[in-house]
Design a protein around this ligand. Structure first.
Ligand SMILES: Cc1cc2nc3c(=O)[nH]c(=O)nc-3n(C[C@H](O)[C@H](O)[C@H](O)COP(=O)(O)OP(=O)(O)OC[C@H]3O[C@@H](n4cnc5c(N)ncnc54)[C@H](O)[C@@H]3O)c2cc1C
Length: 441
């Protein structure tokens, strides 16, 4: 196999695809009937994915077992019949941002390229539970981005119009409508940050992030993908200008295609191949309260107050903010975050003052200068990247996996990700999404 290379139309990889039937076999199905049977017989459920021996060679090696790495592995196998694939993770799958995020999905971005891309992901998410035979609990409860001043309102109107042109359901609503959707919100004009309106995006919502990771892992495993947890990549071998393999703390693997899906660690891994990325890693914190009875059935975001909130099915409130103000690989929570968060949440919903926070946590975010991802080929043949996911990459898992799998299988960059190439930085073609991605995730 030649691997996906820098050319734009290398053609399909014939050796990989020959004789491989397009299949969506996914192992034992979960169903109500099986649930009853297992309940009655107390039989063990089959393993969701398996520990496999590590081969000395794979057709494709994916570094990073988050939603992006696992989705790519799944679509390689399911859509293109490429099953000789290894996903390597230095820890357990979902241990990075994919298991730490606040699980907001939406497609109401700012640029036409971004909106098209994220909308494809929302569409894939809508069918994911059926596709993977795994309940991912996608709840499309609506997403509100509040405007507290004239310039924010102007940006919301701009976004709403670009969204509509791309066929995405978004509109600007007034404070009375905000109050109707979120009765506990203080919409009075005398508050410190009065609400002038909001961008309302009905298809947005939340999902069970762990289930997405496990669902992709289970389906990829059933199609023959090897998932190697506790396997850290320590080096990437490049001969001339082409990748030839990876070194890990469990031995070496030769391969013509390496895909970097390591988000917060992506610059460290790209450096191993000698490719430098315009990315800085920042911690992002989140927190959750004790559970209370359901009262909030939309996701609420305030860019001005740097805060967002949603309520889980168990009743906990999940809060988040923007990234910490300094680049770091630390995943410690801070008191400053909780203090700022509590103050801002109470500006929006004073009635929450008696609620108690249960816990806080943090994850690493790979921030790009334009708040858009970096996807596709690099100057090293066979070394590809799917990174730069910042604070907003969970929602992009399905479309990224689908497109990166297509690129690897065909050697041609799919149109939907072409704009997110690495070359846009030296060429000055940035895809500015800061106005829609900084706090909203
Ligand atoms: C608190 C928080 C809230 C967020 N909220 C949202 C949200 O609401 N909506 C949204 O869309 N996004 C959100 N995000 C962002 C989102 O979580 C990430 O963009 C996304 O999960 C990235 O997925 P990934 O698969 O690319 O990487 P990750 O899930 O981070 O996986 C990368 C994996 O690479 C592995 N790895 C690293 N180095 C190596 C190595 N050398 N060898 C082997 N393995 C390695 C790591 O162990 C890790 O498991 C949030 C992030 C955080 C931290």
């Amino acid at each position: 196999m030649d691997g996906a290379t820098n050319g734009n139309s290398n053609g399909v990889r014939p050796r990989l695809r020959d004789g491989l039937r397009r299949s969506r076999t996914r192992g034992p199905r979960y169903s109500a009937l099986r649930l009853v049977r297992h309940g009655l017989t107390q039989e063990d459920w089959p393993l969701t994915w398996h520990r496999q021996p590590m081969r000395p060679r794979y057709d494709v090696v994916i570094i990073g077992g988050g939603v992006h790495g696992l989705a790519t592995a799944y679509y390689l196998a399911a859509n293109h019949g490429i099953r000789d694939v290894a996903v390597l993770d230095k820890s357990y799958i979902g241990s990075g941002g994919s298991g730490r995020n606040t699980a907001i999905l939406r497609s109401n971005y700012l640029t036409p390229e971004g909106i098209r891309f994220y909308d494809r992901s929302v569409k894939l998410y809508e069918h994911l539970a059926a596709d993977l035979n795994f309940n991912v609990m996608f709840s499309q409860r609506g997403h509100l981005t509040l405007a507290h001043n004239d310039s924010s309102l102007r940006t919301m109107r701009w976004r709403a119009e670009v969204n509509k042109l791309q066929g995405v359901d978004s509109e600007v609503i007034d404070p009375d409508e905000v109050k109707r959707l979120v009765p506990y919100m203080d919409t009075s004009p005398t508050t410190r940050f009065p609400i002038l309106g909001a961008l309302y995006h009905p298809p947005g919502g939340v999902i069970r992030h762990d289930a997405v990771v496990w669902g992709y892992a289970r389906a990829a495993d059933a199609l023959g993908v090897h998932i190697h947890q506790d396997t850290e990549v320590t080096g990437i071998d490049v001969v001339g200008d082409r990748v030839t393999g990876v070194r890990t703390d469990r031995g070496e693997i030769s391969t013509p295609v390496v895909l970097n899906c390591t988000a917060g660690w992506s610059t460290l891994v790209s450096d191993m191949a000698g490719v430098s990325m315009p990315v800085q890693t920042f911690p992002l914190q989140a927190a959750v309260t004790e559970p209370v009875r359901p009262f909030l059935d939309t996701v609420v975001v305030s860019g001005t107050l740097h805060v967002y909130v949603s309520q889980t099915d168990r009743g906990e409130l999940v809060f988040g903010a923007s990234v910490d103000p300094f680049a770091s690989y630390s995943t410690r929570g801070s008191l400053e975050f909780v203090e700022g968060l509590a103050g801002h949440v109470l500006e929006l919903m004073p009635a929450l003052s008696k609620m108690r926070l249960l816990r806080q946590w943090s994850g690493l975010c790979d921030m790009t200068p334009d708040f858009s991802p970096i996807m596709g080929v690099t100057p090293v043949d066979g070394f590809l990247v799917d990174i730069g996911w910042g604070t907003y990459g969970f929602k992009a898992g399905p479309v990224s996996g689908e497109s990166m799998a297509e690129l690897i299988a065909t050697g041609t960059t799919p149109e939907i990700i072409a704009t997110f190439d690495l070359a846009r930085f030296p060429e000055g073609r940035l895809v500015g999404e800061k106005g829609a991605a900084a706090v909203g995730h």
